[in-house]
Design a protein around this ligand. Structure first.
Ligand code: KG4
Ligand code: ZN
Length: 333
């Protein structure tokens, strides 16, 4: 029996959620519009906005759940990976609340929480569970053999998949974050119009930075003879870029699955909101005779419900953090 308040502030979204015995009672998120204007996340502005938003977001989560702060058994927070200044806001906030209320704190790893989002709903995957984690800052193929056992099978050696969507979108003159815009425009385009080769990164690893350069050179060459090339071909460019990124992701994921089999597979992270990736994962699962798990949209992009779920596993095992818990920017798995 546990009632946990969890906070997510690793990047540019301030989230608060409450979980009670496996059930999410509330899941609030406040997205920071300032970064759209800046064309990307500005760390200093992100931490200042977390500061402004956090009290309101937590209050809204408590109100929606109909819970008083004194009823909370533990306070959970994302400790990393993420932006240092942003993480510090969430960490300081829960430490303050935990000290004031005499309750323990729980440290949550943002990436593991993205994968554990699969365990929020009633229909949970069985182990081994192979998950393709694709977010704005990370790209990993992970095999889970228990709720607290994660084996890294592959990862990007440079940019993340979300970054590739966003950087491609920027080259096409689309606003940040570019992923959702590409998804939308790609629906009307021809995915086979422009072809890009899949880079080799060894093992089941990815490399996205060369792909971005290939797109840049393609656009530069076309714009030389036709200044309106991007506008005239925007939908086809989006469809082809999305096709390349998703097929590349699934090609390596598929190879990893053959060497590291699992009956249940899934996708997680912000890019898992991509409609083409969601559809293609289902096709891949059918082809391989395995079951695909795709989280609800609200549990793919950054959210505090996944932090609450990850915290609950730790609460049940009595794994609490010390009050000198520090944030971390990178993963060292
Ligand atoms: O997991 P997330 O919300 O934040 C991080 O932890 O990074 O992921 C954000 C990323 C951004 O790069 C955004 O462009 C991408 O997820 N994204 C999408 C879609 N929705 C969000 N990429 C492709 N298609 C989408 N529909
Ligand atoms: Zn994330």
């Amino acid at each position: 029996m546990s009632l946990i308040l969890a906070i997510e502030s690793s990047c540019d979204d301030t989230g608060a959620a409450i979980i009670h015995n496996g059930k999410i009672l509330s899941n609030r998120i406040s997205t920071q519009p300032i970064h759209k204007k800046m064309g990307g996340v500005v760390p200093e502005l992100a931490s200042r906005d977390h500061h402004k938003n956090i009290v309101y977001v937590v209050r809204a989560a408590l109100e929606e759940a109909g819970i008083g702060i004194d009823e909370i058994d533990a306070f959970a927070v994302t400790a990393g990976p993420g932006l240092l200044g942003s993480l510090v806001v969430g960490l300081s906030f829960i430490k303050g609340m935990a000290l004031a209320k005499g309750k323990p704190i729980i440290e949550v790893d943002h990436l593991r929480a993205h994968i554990l989002a699969h365990f929020i709903e009633n229909d949970k995957p069985d182990f081994p569970f192979n998950c393709l984690l694709v977010s704005g800052g990370h790209t990993e193929i992970v095999q889970m053999s228990a709720p607290d056992s994660f084996t890294l099978i592959g990862k990007t050696i440079d940019d993340a998949a979300g970054e590739a969507f966003d950087k491609g979108a920027k080259l096409l003159g689309l606003p940040y974050p570019g992923g959702p815009m590409i998804d939308k425009l790609a629906k009307k385009g021809d995915p086979h119009r422009f072809l890009f080769n899949f880079p080799e990164a060894g093992g089941f690893n990815y490399s996205f930075s060369g792909l971005k350069t290939a797109l840049l050179y393609k656009l530069k060459a076309e714009l030389k003879s036709d200044k309106g090339f991007i506008e005239k071909n925007l939908e086809d460019l989006c469809a082809s870029w999305q096709y390349t990124l998703v097929e590349y992701l699934l090609d390596r994921f598929r190879k990893a699955l053959i060497e590291h089999p699992a009956g249940h597979i899934g996708i997680a992270g912000g890019v898992a909101a991509n409609s083409y990736l969601r559809a293609r994962l289902n096709e891949l699962a059918t082809e391989l005779g395995v079951k695909a798990y795709i989280p609800d949209f609200s549990y793919c992009v950054d959210n505090a419900a996944m932090i609450a779920k990850a915290a609950e596993y730790k609460f049940d095992k009595g794994e609490f953090a010390e009050m000198n818990l520090k944030p971390f920017t990178r993963h060292n798995r």
